[in-house]
Write a protein that binds this ligand. Structure first.
Ligand SMILES: *Cc1c(COP(=O)(O)O)cnc(C)c1O
Length: 450
């Protein structure tokens, strides 16, 4: 059908499109709010935590974003982690172009799915088999179901401040008192659905001991962000992780690493390779991936030992499926991304660049007499307006929010796009040059001076 023959009232002419090209962020936000709840398709994009108008992004290249008003930003979100190579990496673009020409989706197996599974298994030794899905939420939800199905147990532990996607059983916060059952954090999640979710404080060994002593034989699994990026940037301490591993093994509960954010981001082997370097022989029983493995396309995965994974349909009794799972364009994007980050020296350079950003920010804070601390691993970082690095969710939320919000907007004005909430981690890509990092530190110096 010729476009001019359509008489739909929604028909947008080229002239209207050009006109719309000039709409400001505020105009777009208003227009978006008419047709999309809150104007966004994922809540944190709405800038509620920091106030102000979200920027509508028109395009991106390398480490930069351009908004609807043509303003340029240095991007420290990278789509919340996936864009580890920066935007529009030529090798990735090429792989996506080629894959798209061969077809968008078949609903039948492809060789590329095998290649991606093989690549993940080669990089993450704890994973013997892996299943591909389309989002981190789906991967986390499926991993939980599989852990419950494989152990025949219902209860599991999660930690306050860790985010594992928005599956019902995972939208829980701690109840009152020690190791009590959690409360739903969303309307629409019935209390009985989270009855078996035990919520503990991150990095609290004593709570872990008490909870296992009480519920050990009933626990299917423990799900954890090993380096938590949803309470800014908080590492699980080595004593805590060591105890957690020992307790899971002792009680037959599966230790699930949610590496949706950290996988292929903090190191080529993910956070588990970092802990394996600190705790001899360490590995989790299951892992959940997302973000970087899709390189910006909807792709995620969960994996573990052959024993556990063989409980999944069609081999075993645990059901799990997906129309777009292992999508041929998404797997091409993910594979091309993994290939680039596997090149010698990639993580050394990315880590050095990220570390120099955090050190620069801390030095600027010191010079301005503002308490500012930070930490990083690989291409993931966090900084806090506080005297010491927080150890858990309460600690992060107790840092100076007013200061963070003012800093966020001062940086945004200066063309630096940081995560719009103090409880989110930041990301540096391989496309960020020394000059980009230096310019950001200079912008931070100006921002803090005010
Ligand atoms: C982003 C994230 C998820 C959810 O992934 P989606 O693709 O947004 O569903 C789960 N776990 C962690 C640790 C994450 O950072």
């Amino acid at each position: 059908m010729n476009i001019d023959q359509r008489s739909s009232p929604e028909l947008t002419t080229n002239a209207q499109l050009c006109e719309r090209d000039n709409q400001t962020n505020a105009q777009l936000f208003e227009r978006a709010q008419r047709v999309i709840p809150g104007g966004v398709n994922s809540p944190v994009r709405a800038f509620r935590a920091v106030g102000g108008t979200p920027r509508f992004i028109r395009r991106a290249e390398g480490p930069y974003l351009w908004d609807a008003e043509g303003k340029k930003y240095t991007d420290y979100i990278g789509s919340w982690g996936p864009m580890i190579l920066g935007h529009g990496h030529p090798a990735v673009l090429d792989a996506v172009h080629k894959a798209a020409l061969d077809g968008f989706s078949f609903g039948a197996p492809t060789e590329r799915e095998i290649e991606l599974a093989e690549a993940i298994i080669a990089l993450v030794p704890s994973v013997e088999q892996v299943r591909l899905v389309s989002s981190g939420t789906e991967a986390g939800m499926s991993a939980l179901r599989l852990a419950r199905g494989a152990t025949g147990r219902s209860k599991f532990i999660k930690f306050e401040g860790c985010y594992h996607g928005h599956a019902d059983a995972l939208l829980v916060k701690a109840g009152s008192g020690l190791a009590t059952f959690g409360h739903p954090t969303s309307a629409g999640v019935p209390a009985e659905v989270v009855r078996d979710t035990l919520v503990l404080e991150y990095n609290n060994v004593a709570q872990l001991d008490t909870c296992f002593a009480e519920h050990g034989p009933e626990l299917a699994c423990v799900m954890i962000e090993p380096i938590a990026g949803n309470m800014n940037f908080v590492r699980a301490s080595v004593p805590f992780m060591t105890r957690l591993r020992a307790l899971c093994t002792q009680h037959g509960a599966l230790l699930i690493f949610d590496e949706v954010m950290t996988g292929f981001r903090v190191a080529l082997g993910g956070a588990q390779s970092v802990y394996a370097g600190l705790i001899p022989g360490f590995k989790p029983d299951m892992s959940v991936f997302g973000k970087v493995i899709g390189g910006g396309m909807p792709l995620a995965a969960f994996g573990g030992t052959k024993d556990v994974m063989s409980q999944l349909a069609p081999l075993g009794p645990v059901y799990q499926a997906g129309t777009l799972s292992g999508n041929p364009v998404a797997t091409a994007c993910g594979l091309a991304t993994l290939k680039e980050i596997s090149k010698p020296g990639f993580f050394e350079a990315l880590s050095a660049s990220t570390r120099s950003l955090v050190q620069g920010l801390c030095a600027v804070g010191h010079d301005a007499g503002v308490p500012l601390v930070g930490d990083s691993e690989g291409g993931m970082f966090g900084f806090f307006f506080a005297a010491e690095l927080p150890q858990n969710y309460g600690g992060t939320m107790a840092t100076d929010k007013e200061c963070f919000n003012r800093f966020f907007h001062a940086m945004l004005d200066r063309g630096v796009y940081l995560a719009p909430a103090l409880y989110e981690a930041g990301f540096v890509s391989a496309a960020h040059s020394r000059a980009d990092i230096d310019a950001t530190v200079t912008a931070a110096r100006d921002s803090l001076r005010r």
